[in-house]
Design a protein around this ligand. Structure first.
Ligand SMILES: [Zn+2]
Ligand SMILES: [Zn+2]
Length: 147
């Protein structure tokens, strides 16, 4: 599928529309992601923040990551569905949880990150590019962007 992407949380209070293609897609095995993803990784697509429109009340939790950056996870305030993550070091991006998007979006992780923190039972697709910790940041804008 191609943009726009749409999605909603489990209760429908939060909805999202994304008007551009992702700059990166990732599966993250860090411990914080395991806690919000019931033990597995989060699966995410990073978009430019200006392409993302979200309506509905969110709760959030901010913490200082190993990198020293402040990461914030947002959730539906009513049902707890994970919505996105964002970093104070890269405010131009929003890391959207793939589970939020409506089926048929066609996006999948291209890399697995923080694999050193994955549990012993984790099965990680060998086709994915793999980083034991934080990968390099994506380019500020997609290579194909005309804006
Ligand atoms: Zn909800
Ligand atoms: Zn993570």
């Amino acid at each position: 599928m191609v943009a726009p992407y749409t999605g909603r949380c489990n209760c429908g209070a939060v909805s999202i529309t994304i008007s551009a293609e992702p700059v990166a897609t990732r599966q993250c095995w860090c411990r914080q992601c395991q806690r919000i993803a019931a033990g597995g990784p989060t699966n995410n697509a990073m978009f430019l923040a200006k392409a993302v429109t979200i309506t509905g009340p969110r709760a959030d939790h901010a913490y200082v990551a190993a990198s020293g950056n402040v990461l914030t996870h947002e959730f539906c305030a009513a049902c707890g569905t994970p919505v996105l993550g964002r970093s104070n070091a890269r405010p131009q991006f929003r890391t959207i949880r793939l589970g939020l998007l409506d089926e048929g979006h066609g996006l999948s992780p291209a890399m697995a990150i923080w694999t050193d923190e994955a549990p012993d039972w984790a099965v990680i697709d060998p086709a994915l590019e793999r980083f034991t910790a934080q990968p390099p940041a994506p380019a500020p804008t997609p290579p194909s962007s005309t804006s």
